[in-house]
Design a protein around this ligand. Structure first.
Ligand SMILES: C[S@@+](CC[C@H](N)C(=O)[O-])C[C@H]1O[C@@H](n2cnc3c(N)ncnc32)[C@H](O)[C@@H]1O
Length: 243
């Protein structure tokens, strides 16, 4: 398990730069495409993630970070549920601009950090919960991403990683593969104006570890009580681990 390797990038720095640039270009259309291309299932996946960590959000003193928050859909759901203001972070400025607009529209006090998930400007052992939705797969180094989460989590703190995955059923996997490699890049390309972004998406999903392997890597990084649940036939998986 190394990290995201977009085509044409030779090292981690180039991969991170490519990912940041690509999200910057699609930021204004990102939400629309998410909902459209997932048939609105993304809302359900995010809601389930928030429901799974509700016990932590209910604590009045819980410090929560939504990593790779993008345009902020998970962030807003966490903020709506949490008892104190939550934080979001992302290294792509245009995605954070969209998030800021949505936060302002809801009159929330959510904090935003423009920072790399591999080098967070946060103290050791300062957070009770980190969520990361569809961001982890894009990191240039998964191991370092997990280590950084462990560093900033308090002992007992929880990481919740929502990501695309490979459906275990061969027929569904084939159908999903056809949709994501043949249909999704066309629609995504037309609406976003960036076909490369929607070619990268299925390729990055294909290269990403399956749910069992990812659980093993999370354990190997040092998390305990690692578990996962598949959603939508395994097209998506939510992994939880505790420091
Ligand atoms: C697919 S979007 C997900 C956004 C949001 N979490 C959601 O659920 O819609 C992935 C996000 O991860 C961010 N990202 C990728 N690598 C990152 C890194 N190393 N540090 C910070 N953000 C990163 C991208 O800028 C992008 O906004």
């Amino acid at each position: 398990m190394t990290g995201s390797t977009p085509r044409g990038t030779a090292n981690e720095q180039a991969a991170a730069q490519w990912v940041r640039g690509m999200f910057g270009r699609i930021a204004p259309r990102y939400d629309l495409l998410n909902h459209l291309l997932s048939f609105n299932l993304d809302k359900r996946w995010r809601a389930r993630t928030v429901a799974r960590v509700a016990g932590i959000l209910d604590r009045p003193d819980a410090r929560v970070l939504d990593l790779c928050c993008g345009t902020g859909d998970v962030l807003l759901a966490l903020e709506a549920r949490a008892r104190r203001a939550v934080l979001g972070s992302d290294f792509c400025h245009p995605m954070l601009v969209e998030a800021r607009r949505k936060i302002a529209a809801r009159h929330f006090r959510t904090g935003l950090l423009e920072s790399d998930a591999l080098a967070l400007p946060l103290a050791d052992a300062s957070l009770d919960l980190i969520t990361v939705a569809f961001g982890f797969r894009n990191l240039a180094n998964y191991q370092r991403g997990l280590e950084e989460m462990l560093r900033v989590l308090k002992p007992g703190g929880v990481a919740a990683i929502l990501e695309f995955s490979q459906p275990p059923n061969a027929t569904f996997r084939a159908l999903y593969g056809f949709f994501s490699t043949s249909i999704l890049p066309r629609i995504g390309g037309i609406i976003s104006g960036s076909r490369e972004a929607y070619l990268y998406l299925p390729e990055s999903i294909r290269k990403f570890p399956g749910a069992e392997q990812l659980a093993e890597e999370i354990r190997h990084a040092g998390f305990s009580h690692v578990e996962f649940e598949r959603m939508t036939g395994g097209a998506v998986a939510l992994h939880l681990g505790q420091k």
